[in-house]
Design a protein around this ligand. Structure first.
Ligand code: PAF
Length: 296
């Protein structure tokens, strides 16, 4: 496994691989790798001869210095996880390499960045789109792999890729979960005790809404009420948002649903250490298209 700290060296390596006709898969990460990242790496390996994992805690997508400082950094364990997964290249640039002095060029996917997580975290998706664009330019991938847990990020990256004309395929990989259903996230390490047990309320709310659609419920209001009802069972949870949106364009859905709909949730829980910001967990599910009355 080769480790690149320098963008120009990775670009040269990617050019050489491309000249040999090898396909390159990029798995962008901020480190603190877990089984969810492993699923992304496996998806990359299934699609390319060279898998590049980027490990870069991107400062421009954090809204608070506390959150940035608290982000888990587990370099040695991350390298081990990459080796185990058969990754070929690890790209871990210094912040000054991606953001040189005087940096002032941003990628802003305007409308898709506004709702949901974008409303609570202004500038977050501008930071994500900009760094992902720079990672694409560094690793020159044929395919880039992202988790479906971050559906809004996936939508932003897909649109950025299309709008800027990157010649590469974006692959979304289903969310990997703990045995009790909690979606894997680097933020889960900040949960303990009662907050950790109550955190499964997100997946329970998604399950309840999906079951209701399968049982014939089509009203967006009723589905949101069902999700809110489940979330209310966790007294430590404070809802940031619970919304139904179009899966690709993220337009707000109301009234009777006639197609698949994204149910997106974000909930705050108290941080185990008691200090600093609360832990914000997100989860989502694309609810199936309601069946016509006669087929239910
Ligand atoms: O999903 C993440 O870990 C980050 O947002 C990403 C895509 C690596 C960009 O920094």
């Amino acid at each position: 496994m080769e480790i690149f700290r320098n963008t120009a060296e990775l670009q040269a390596r990617a050019d050489a691989a491309r000249a040999l006709g090898e396909r390159i898969a990029l798995v962008p990460t901020m480190g603190a790798l877990h089984a969810g990242h492993r699923a992304l790496m496996d998806a990359g390996r299934a699609r390319a001869q060279r898998v590049c994992v980027s490990i870069f805690v991107n400062p421009t997508q954090f809204n608070s210095a506390t959150d940035l400082a608290a982000y888990p950094r587990t370099w040695e364990a991350d390298l081990e996880a990459c080796r185990e997964a058969g990754v070929h290249w690890v790209y871990a640039p210094e912040p000054g390499d991606l953001y040189p002095d005087g940096f002032q060029t941003w990628v802003d996917v305007s409308e898709l960045s506004e709702p949901l997580c974008g409303a609570a975290r202004p500038g977050h998706f501008r930071g994500v789109a900009t760094v992902v664009c720079k990672l694409f330019l560094a690793a020159k991938p044929h395919v880039a792999v992202f988790g479906e847990k971050d559906q809004q990020q996936l939508a932003v990256v897909r649109r950025m890729t299309r709008d800027l004309g990157f010649d590469l395929e974006i692959v979304g990989v289903p969310t990997v979960r703990e045995a009790d259903g909690l979606a894997l996230s680097s933020r889960n390490v900040h949960l303990a005790g009662e907050a950790r047990s109550q955190a499964t309320v997100l997946v329970r709310a998604l399950d309840a809404a999906e079951a209701a659609v399968l049982a014939g419920e089509t009203s967006a209001d009723a589905l949101l009420e069902i999700a809110h009802g489940e979330l209310a069972n966790a007294p430590l949870a404070e809802i940031d948002y619970a919304e139904l949106r179009g899966p690709r364009d993220l337009e707000l859905l109301c009234g009777p649903l006639d197609d698949a709909a994204l149910l997106a949730l974000a909930v705050f829980f108290p941080r185990a250490s008691g200090a600093g910001d609360r832990v914000r967990l997100i989860d989502n599910r694309v609810l199936p298209k309601p069946l016509p009355q006669e087929e239910r």
